[in-house]
Design a protein around this ligand. Structure first.
Ligand SMILES: [Zn+2]
Length: 170
């Protein structure tokens, strides 16, 4: 009996300790966030967080593409809509920087913030966030080897530029 009471008391104390730890972690995070906002000027930290979230979406889309290929004899999905079977949430197809809410899984191509390239050219670009979603900060790009990269507006323009005149035609 006394043992049981002691065990309950110990469990309660452990629970309290966990709660206190969680609270202090939260307080630290809030302090850090406040510090970031204070140092980097208006919107800097928030913009950076949105860029990271966007890159993460594209990385996940890259994984979904590989899953699709594994399940379809190595074939590349014809559109983002084709990934609806592999994805368990529509969230990865909406960029938080655009302010759009994710739409339905049944018509991803009509609302997604990402442009899919079914047949990548020499630049190996597989998909990218629609330029403009991140204002003039550039955009996130997914390459055919599943790597993702943040490109400045100028870098993106160069990446997507058509071959220069005089280049050998195919
Ligand atoms: Zn984006």
């Amino acid at each position: 009996m006394r043992n049981g009471a002691k065990r309950i008391e110990q469990a309660a104390r452990r629970r309290n300790r966990v709660a206190v730890n969680a609270l202090s972690a939260l307080a630290t995070m809030l302090l850090l966030a406040a510090g970031l906002c204070g140092c980097s000027g208006a919107g800097g930290a928030r913009d950076r967080a949105l860029q990271v979230a966007c890159l993460s979406n594209l990385r996940q889309i890259g994984v979904l593409i590989e899953m699709y290929r594994a399940e379809n004899n190595g074939e590349t999905p014809p559109s983002l809509q084709a990934l609806s079977k592999q994805a368990d949430t529509p969230n990865v197809f909406a960029c938080r920087a655009s302010g759009h809410k994710p739409g339905a899984m049944t018509d991803i191509d009509t609302w997604t913030d990402y442009v899919y390239v079914a047949e990548p050219g020499d630049n190996q670009v597989r998909a990218y966030c629609r330029p403009g979603n991140h204002k003039d900060q550039g955009t996130a790009v997914l390459f055919t080897d599943c790597t993702v990269r943040w490109c400045t507006a100028a870098e993106f323009q160069t990446l997507m530029a058509p071959p220069a005149e005089g280049a050998p035609a195919e």
